[in-house]
Design a protein around this ligand. Structure first.
Ligand code: ITT
Length: 201
């Protein structure tokens, strides 16, 4: 069975591959579909956007598809950037500009009021429609200056107190074990496995 990992984010794609490793599927990426444009993600929730994204890519490509919608919620910013995380600083998507905006909005906010979480809704669809959505979350707080070189996006500013490091300082295996995306995609594995057995019987 072929499985489309439908993300245009290289950091996410690496994590998708590692977390879904070992499934009896042949992974395909959006590189194989240069004519398929990104959908307009206009829903108010991660689950809504994940469903929109996965249904869109599965229908356009004819492939069984996995996608996620994810982002950062900062309590002192009323939950922002939330579903707007990728484009917090506007178009085009830019991690560095997003991080600059994040730390400037939090300037002067004390450590104890910098609580935040990463959230992920991971979804599976066939060309006929949605199969499953699973979610995950990891709690932390926003620090500045940034720490660490791994990961992507807001990772250098996302400090996990229990481990005493940012998600950008974690080796990829550790981030994937704990992260919002790791939690959601590991739950989605069971649904993917079910589809592979249905298709092969
Ligand atoms: P696709 O829609 O093509 O998958 P995207 O980056 O636009 O790529 P989202 O709309 O789900 O994906 O936005 C997610 C954004 O949230 C991402 O660009 C980062 O800024 C942030 N984010 C999500 N997960 C993250 C993580 O594990 N580490 C750091 N930042 C993360």
């Amino acid at each position: 069975m072929r499985l489309l990992l439908a993300t245009s984010n290289a950091g996410k794609l690496k994590e998708f591959r590692a977390i879904l490793d070992g499934l009896p599927v042949e992974c395909v990426t959006l590189d194989a579909f240069p004519g398929v444009e990104e959908p307009h993600e206009d829903r108010a929730t991660f689950e809504g956007n994940a469903a929109l994204k996965v249904i869109y890519y599965a229908a356009r490509t004819g492939l069984i598809t996995v996608a996620d919608d994810s982002g950062l919620e900062v309590d002192a910013l009323g939950g922002a950037p939330g579903v707007l995380s990728a484009r917090f600083s506007g178009e085009p998507k830019n991690d560095r500009a997003n991080n600059e905006k994040l730390v400037s909005l939090l300037a002067g906010v004390p450590q104890q009021r910098r609580s935040a979480r990463f959230k992920c809704a991971a979804a599976l669809a066939t060309p006929e429609g949605l199969v499953a959505i699973e979610t995950g979350a990891i709690e932390g707080r926003i620090i500045d200056p940034p720490r660490g070189e791994n990961g992507f996006g807001y990772d250098p500013h996302f400090f996990v107190p229990q481990l005493g490091c940012t998600t950008a300082e974690m080796p990829p295996e550790l981030k994937n074990r704990l992260s919002h995306r790791g939690q959601a995609l590991r739950k989605l594995r069971a649904h993917i496995e079910r589809l592979t057995t249905e298709i092969s019987t």
